[in-house]
Write a protein that binds this ligand. Structure first.
Ligand code: S3P
Length: 201
């Protein structure tokens, strides 16, 4: 049991849970989906560390492949081209498991990407409320979609459009203001409770 100040406590993942998750995964990926600011990268890194897997961030890989930042891709080519690149990069990355893969907020909205993730991964939606998301996205200003108008109005419109689709993820974890390790532990508990899945060759 790990304790944090003020008596908060949570159960660290057991070795049994960790090995159950790894055997369930085989060569597949744990794929984190959810809104900008829900903690996909920060929680994903810790989750990977806990499972001794590599962590890959799809947005970083898109930037590497394009030789430009996401902002520059949006500015120079527009969102449609960004989404095409995103679909291709994620399809490629899904062949690199086992790993923890964090995807950009719009990736899971693409039907082809959802299909690829279903085939080669276990999707985990990090669900957060608007207040938490706004607090986190306002710390940085590198997200092109939030520069096109009032960020809070944009985030709440995107949440309405996206939450029903994110809801198709295999696992839903509440991302909130608790230590990231607690959320990691909750994800591992949920993953370890999944039924066996057909192994990919
Ligand atoms: C986007 C989210 C961003 C990035 C791009 C578009 C979205 O990633 O892919 O700016 O459509 O929600 P994060 O969710 O990692 O911020």
């Amino acid at each position: 049991m790990i304790r944090f100040g003020f008596g908060r406590k949570f159960k660290a993942p057991s070795r049994r849970e960790v090995s159950r998750v790894l055997s369930l995964l085989g060569t597949d990926s744990i794929v984190l989906v959810g809104m900008m600011g829900c903690g996909k990268s920060a929680i994903g890194r810790r989750l990977a560390n806990c499972l001794k897997l590599k962590f890959v961030d799809a947005d970083d890989e898109i930037e590497k492949a394009a030789g430009k930042s996401i902002t520059e891709i949006f500015e120079d080519h527009g969102e449609t081209e960004f989404r095409d690149g995103e679909r291709k990069v994620i399809a490629r990355l899904l062949n690199g498991g086992p790993q923890v893969l964090a995807t950009g907020g719009g990736a899971f909205m693409d039907p082809q990407t959802r299909k690829s993730i279903r085939e080669k991964g276990i999707s985990v939606w990090l669900k957060a409320d608007l207040e938490v998301l706004m607090r986190r996205v306002s710390r940085r200003d590198h997200r092109p979609l939030l520069k096109t108008g009032n960020p809070e109005a944009i985030m709440s419109r995107l949440m309405k459009e996206r939450y029903p689709v994110y809801g198709q993820a295999e696992i839903i974890a509440e991302s909130r203001e608790v230590p990231h390790d607690q959320i990691v532990s909750e994800i591992i508990t949920q993953l370890s409770g999944l039924k066996d899945r057909p192994a990919n060759p």
